[in-house]
Design a protein around this ligand. Structure first.
Ligand SMILES: [Zn+2]
Length: 202
């Protein structure tokens, strides 16, 4: 059976069409400037789009023998709320048994569910976008505290400045994005051209 994964171009068109990827002149809360802006939940507001993206990512996981051989006794884990629809979609496509997600509480990332050692199946960590890898790294530590094994990791979009592996497990992504981020207005090409700015949140 041939399992097709849409090309990076096709997937970028989907993100543009849904408003999840925009081009312009954006200022982030940390003061950095960028000519592009991702807000991935805008793509996941449409069920059909969400499904296309999650199924495509799941196909990358299914190709891994270490993953396919363990299904359905696998956990899909999201580091944050943005990854929850990805986790549900990937779970559906792989028919994995468990889903968990983490959130920030009082500045500390923890699982939303109360979980004990031994309850969590071998894990696939998924997120909508990996920018610095910070959230996913914190989630790795949570998983290790539970003595669960990480067998996969992936996201719809991975900035090329982010790590490409976690604990020896390669990070799968549908789109590897060449990120342009300027520390301030001095080196920003859009500032020099006088393009109006828009302040955005992460
Ligand atoms: Zn600028």
């Amino acid at each position: 059976m041939v399992e097709l994964i849409p090309s990076q171009d096709t997937l970028m068109q989907i993100l543009k069409r849904t408003g999840a990827f925009r081009e312009g002149h954006f200022v982030y809360p940390n003061g950095k400037h960028s000519p592009h802006y991702f807000q991935m939940p805008l793509a996941f507001r449409f069920y059909d789009t969400a499904r296309v993206l999650a199924v495509a990512l799941s196909r990358k996981f299914r190709l891994e023998k270490d993953i396919s051989s363990q299904l359905p006794k696998v956990s899909i884990i999201s580091p944050s709320s943005g990854g929850i629809p990805v986790a549900f979609g990937v779970r559906d496509a792989l028919n994995a048994e468990q889903i968990y997600w983490a959130e920030q509480e009082l500045g500390e990332r923890q699982f939303r569910q109360y979980v004990n050692q031994g309850e969590v199946n071998p894990c696939i960590l998924v997120d909508d976008i990996i920018r610095s890898g910070h959230a996913i790294n914190e989630t790795v530590n949570l998983v290790k505290d539970l003595n669960a094994r990480i067998i996969g990791c992936g996201a719809i979009v991975r900035f090329d400045s982010a790590p490409d592996e976690l604990e020896g497990v390669p990070i799968k992504s549908l789109i590897d994005f060449d990120v342009k981020m300027y520390d301030g207005d001095e080196d920003c090409a859009e500032c020099k051209q006088g393009v109006p700015t828009e302040h955005v949140r992460f």
